[in-house]
Design a protein around this ligand. Structure first.
Ligand code: CTP
Length: 378
């Protein structure tokens, strides 16, 4: 995903510096060209050799430690201007203060100053240091100047403090980079609404009627739209998935909740994708107390839920594109085409439950051009 991209990691003197070896390795595996600039203090926690072995590139610590090869291209300028994305993590209070105030007195700060690419800064320090109003003011200043701040996570810090200030998981740092550079931001300015996962229709305080949807399809679509720079609202039923970063998540349970959230978000949406497996029926009554078993069989009266896709199709805004999904066990194309017309959608993605590699709870789907029916020139 990062073929041809140059990623610069700025590593400063926080205990979490050692975690950046994993970040460098993950970026290399995604085919990025990775360069590392460290502060002198970072070398107390991890050696430059670690990064050199992982990235196959020279690590710089001092503005003046040039090799004869470097003389032709002034490393701090070429590294700064040549990067597609810079991640400074862990970012100490010191480096944040320097960058926020235009101080460039070492290799990292002089490299950042000429850069024109997205710069991500992940503050990582003791919670009291982080709360210090001067540090907060410097962080706010960086934001004002267009630096992207990755919020530190909460947990047990090396100093014994419990709270905010931890470097987030390496996977998340890599995701933040992918969000910036994995794909051209050709959907910038577009609002995409995606629904995902199952709904849960309660019968009583203990039982629900639900389905096998994992949410993987909707989450993957939301992530792809975010990679392309869209503003994304993901309306999700209960799933075990981590929400993709850079995506606004609205968690819901019932079909009625989903109707409310999707309809509200659709007001400003350019594209709505209904990937959720919404219940068509819900119990006519929800018992306040647990339903106790009795002798003999039992029938549960059900009533219809609102058809969200139909309602979106009927109230389509000017220029809006509505996409539905269709899961079938037989007559895939015929049944799916009927939904396209009936629900006034622009596109229906037809999913066969019986085909290997498609269906519920799998990481893949089948893409056959003929199985995608559209009305609009998308
Ligand atoms: N959908 C919806 N609101 C509902 C039910 C489904 O918006 N209450 C959406 C789904 O998110 C999906 C599409 O409609 O995009 C599926 O169409 P639908 O006709 O509901 O599929 P099935 O329920 O599988 O159809 P049928 O019961 O006729 O097989």
């Amino acid at each position: 995903m990062l073929e041809g991209k140059k990623i610069l990691l700025g590593v400063t003197g926080g205990i979490a510096a050692y975690k950046m070896a994993n970040v460098a390795s993950m970026l290399v595996k995604l085919h990025a060209e990775v360069h590392v600039v460290m502060t002198r203090n970072a070398a107390h926690f991890i050696t430059p050799q670690t990064f050199e072995v992982l990235t196959k590139n020279k690590v710089y610590m001092d503005t003046f430690d040039e090799t004869p090869d470097d003389a032709a291209h002034v490393p701090h300028i070429s590294l700064g201007t040549g990067a597609d994305c810079i991640l400074i993590a862990p970012a100490t209070a010191d480096v944040i203060g320097k960058i926020a105030n235009g101080i460039a007195d070492d290799m990292l700060t002089t490299t950042v100053l000429p850069a024109r690419c997205p710069i991500l800064v992940c503050p990582s320090m003791n919670g009291y240091m982080l709360e210090n109003p001067i540090v907060q003011d410097n962080i706010a200043k960086l934001k004002r100047f267009g630096y992207q701040i990755i919020e530190p996570s909460e947990g047990y810090l090396a100093c014994g403090y419990e709270g905010k200030g931890k470097l987030p998981k390496e996977e998340l740092l890599v995701e933040e980079i992918l969000l910036q550079v994995a794909h051209a931001h050709d959907m910038e300015g577009k609002h995409v609404v995606v629904s995902a996962g199952p709904t849960e229709e309660p019968l009583d305080p203990i039982r629900v009627i639900t389905n096998h949807s994992s949410g993987k399809m909707g989450y993957a679509l939301a992530k792809a739209a975010a990679y392309r720079g869209a503003k994304v609202t993901l309306v999700s039923g209960p799933t075990a998935l981590e929400p993709p970063i850079g995506v606004e998540i609205k968690k819901i349970k019932t079909a009625e909740d989903m109707y409310r959230e999707v309809t509200a978000a659709a007001e400003t949406a350019d594209i709505v994708v209904m990937a959720a497996a919404v219940a068509d029926y819900t119990p006519a009554e929800v018992a306040d107390q647990k339903i106790k078993k009795k002798d003999g069989d039992m029938a549960i009266p059900l009533k219809r839920t609102k058809d969200i896709l139909l309602s979106l199709g009927q109230n389509k805004k000017e220029g809006q594109i509505i996409c539905g999904f269709s899961m079938e066990t037989e007559n895939l194309l015929q049944n799916s085409s009927a939904k396209l017309t009936k629900k006034n959608a622009d596109m229906i993605c037809a999913n066969s439950l019986t085909q290997e590699g498609a269906g519920y709870q799998v990481d893949t789907n089948i893409s056959i051009r003929n199985h995608i029916e559209t009305k609009a020139d998308l």
